[in-house]
Design a binder for this molecule. Structure first.
Ligand SMILES: [Zn+2]
Length: 270
């Protein structure tokens, strides 16, 4: 009986330590949170973990601010990078991929109310449309933010933008010249639309982030920063020639302890 109970407790501890990897040591580097959609997933969504509820998002932003974190824009990071300045220990970037309408209707009011900054990687050709790159049979279409909504968020001083290509393709599946166009043309179009420099780029699906020929085109397009879809923190000062910047993925099922572990160790799960 006692042995059976001990085994059950041990298995429980192992399962707990696999789900929340408290045993990882602290990792230095940039803390870049990666969100997608904020709100309630539509019926039939197969990517529910990419949806974070409004309540959880508010609680996470509040956690950051209550724990002394400063939220940065891409342009703030660029100023530090250009100056060769250290990154404050309690600096964090909140990023959203794709540019969903719920970033405007749900996330923006929360950031504004709490006094935090956010950054969105926008897919230029789907502004005001839907997430057309998904097969609707596998992931429900939802509205993307309109240009007016994006401009309203920029004008509020709460949101900045980076590029996430023209059409959200798998860059490595394209001819290199077409992949280069997706990156350079979206920079041009977004800069014309928003009247600001786009210094940051994120690879759709993370695809191409580790293909030297594609990455070379991203940097040649004029982006200062390119962000991957890999879990973790990237050392600062950043070696731009070396590799892309990793991010900390916030999933729908994460709690604030996940957030704390991610910020400290670069991951909260196995
Ligand atoms: Zn994306």
């Amino acid at each position: 009986m006692i042995i059976a109970a001990a085994v059950i407790i041990l298995l429980g501890l192992l399962a707990f330590s696999a789900r929340w990897t408290w045993w990882r040591s602290a990792a230095p580097g940039m803390k870049v949170l990666c969100y997608h959609k904020i709100g309630v997933p539509p019926a039939g969504s197969r990517l529910k973990e990419l949806w974070v509820s409004a309540e959880k998002f508010r609680s996470q932003v509040k956690y950051l601010l209550d724990n002394g974190y400063t939220t940065l824009f891409f342009s703030d990071l660029k100023k530090l990078y250009d100056a060769g300045a250290p990154l404050p220990e309690k600096a964090v970037l909140i990023t959203f991929d794709d540019g969903y309408e719920n970033n405007h209707s749900v996330a923006w009011p929360i950031l504004k109310e709490l006094g935090a900054k956010g950054n969105i990687f926008v897919v230029y050709n789907t502004i005001g449309k839907t997430n057309l790159w998904h097969n609707p049979a596998s992931e429900a279409w939802v509205n993307m933010a309109t240009l007016a909504q994006l401009k309203e968020m920029q004008d509020s001083g709460v949101m900045e933008y980076g590029s996430h290509t023209m059409n959200h393709p798998h860059l490595s599946a394209l001819k290199l010249e077409d992949a280069a166009w997706e990156m350079a043309e979206s920079k041009r179009q977004l800069e014309a639309a928003f009247g600001r420099e786009m210094c940051a780029f994120a690879y759709p699906y993370g695809d191409g982030a580790y293909a030297p020929a594609i990455r070379e085109k991203a940097l040649a397009a004029g982006y200062t920063f390119d962000f991957s879809f890999r879990q973790g923190k990237t050392p600062w000062p950043w070696d731009r020639a070396g590799a892309t910047i990793d991010r900390l993925f916030i999933r729908g099922g994460d709690n604030n302890w996940d957030l704390a572990l991610q910020l400290k160790c670069g991951a909260s799960r196995l």
